[in-house]
Design a protein. Structure first.
Length: 231
C-alpha cells in the first residue's frame, strides 16, 4: 500500500510540481486548492500519512487547518510558506506542525523532509507484513520460506528475494520501474543490471504462478518495469 499524502496548496503550478514529484517517488497524492475544502475534509486529512499545508490559503489558513486537524489526529504536517522567518516557523510548530519549509524551496530538500516525516508509516507497513498468500503458496516473511499448502512442500528464498517481494507488496497494483526497484531493493550504491530483476521475476513466476507464461500476479509492463497484484 502506498504512503498517502494530502497537499493543500492554492498556487496551481507549485501544487502540480509537488504532486508530480511526490508521485514519481511512489506516494499516493491527493491535492486540495483552498482552506474551505480542506476544512470540509478534515477526517480524510487526519487519516493520511502526511499533510503538506500552505500557510496562506483562501478562506482558512494552513495554521487554522492544522489546529483543526490536531483536535482528532496526530498525522504529520509539513508547512510550506513564503513567510520563512524564525517567528513564522515557531508559530507553525506551536499550531501543531511537525516541520516548516520556506518558499522558494529546494525540491530535493522537500522530498527528504517528506521521507523523514513518512518513515513511521513506512515502517508500520513493513511490520504488518508477516506472510503473503498467492494461490496455494504461502510466503513467511520471518522464515523466508514458501509453503505449498497443496503438497506441503516448502522452498527457502534468499533475503534479496524476500526483500523484493516485500517491495512489490508495499507497492501493490502500482507500476514500478526497474530503476525504482534497483534503488529501493539493491540500493543506490550497488549496480546490478536490470536483467537481475528479470531473473528474479522468472523465478517468482515459476514458484507462484499456475501458468508462468500467463502470469496472474507478476505482470510485465513493456519498456517500464513490473506491476504486482493479488487480484
Amino acid at each position: 500500500m502506498a504512503i498517502r499524502i494530502y497537499v493543500v496548496e492554492d498556487e496551481p503550478s507549485l501544487r502540480e510540481m509537488v504532486q508530480m514529484n511526490l508521485e514519481l517517488d511512489g506516494y499516493e497524492v491527493t491535492c486540495l486548492s483552498d482552506g474551505l475544502t480542506a476544512m470540509n475534509q478534515l477526517s480524510e486529512l487526519g487519516t493520511a500519512d502526511l499533510v503538506i499545508l500552505d500557510v496562506m490559503l483562501p478562506n482558512h489558513s494552513g495554521l487554522e487547518i492544522c489546529e483543526a486537524i490536531r483536535k482528532s489526529s496526530a498525522v504529520p504536517v509539513l508547512f510550506l510558506s513564503a513567510k520563512g522567518t524564525t517567528t513564522d516557523k515557531i508559530e507553525g510548530l506551536k499550531k501543531g506542525g511537525n516541520d516548516y519549509l520556506g518558499k522558494p524551496f529546494d525540491l530535493e530538500e522537500m522530498l527528504l523532509r517528506v521521507r523523514v516525516l513518512t518513515e513511521p508509516a513506512r515502517l508500520a507497513q513493513k511490520q504488518t507484513f508477516h506472510e503473503l498468500i498467492l494461490g496455494h503458496k504461502v510466503l513467511n516473511f520471518e522464515t523466508y520460506t514458501v509453503l505449498d499448502t497443496a503438497t506441503h512442500e516448502s522452498e527457502s528464498l534468499s533475503k534479496k528475494e524476500v526483500d523484493l517481494l516485500r517491495f512489490f507488496l508495499e507497492n501493490e497494483d502500482k507500476v514500478v520501474s526497474r530503476d525504482e526497484i534497483l534503488d529501493n531493493v539493491w540500493g543506490k550504491d550497488v549496480f546490478p543490471t536490470s536483467r537481475t530483476i528479470d531473473n528474479f521475476i522468472l523465478h517468482f513466476r515459476k514458484l507462484f504462478e499456475e501458468d508462468p507464461k500467463n502470469p496472474k500476479y507478476f505482470h510485465s509492463i513493456r519498456s517500464v518495469g513490473y506491476r504486482f497484484t493479488r487480484n
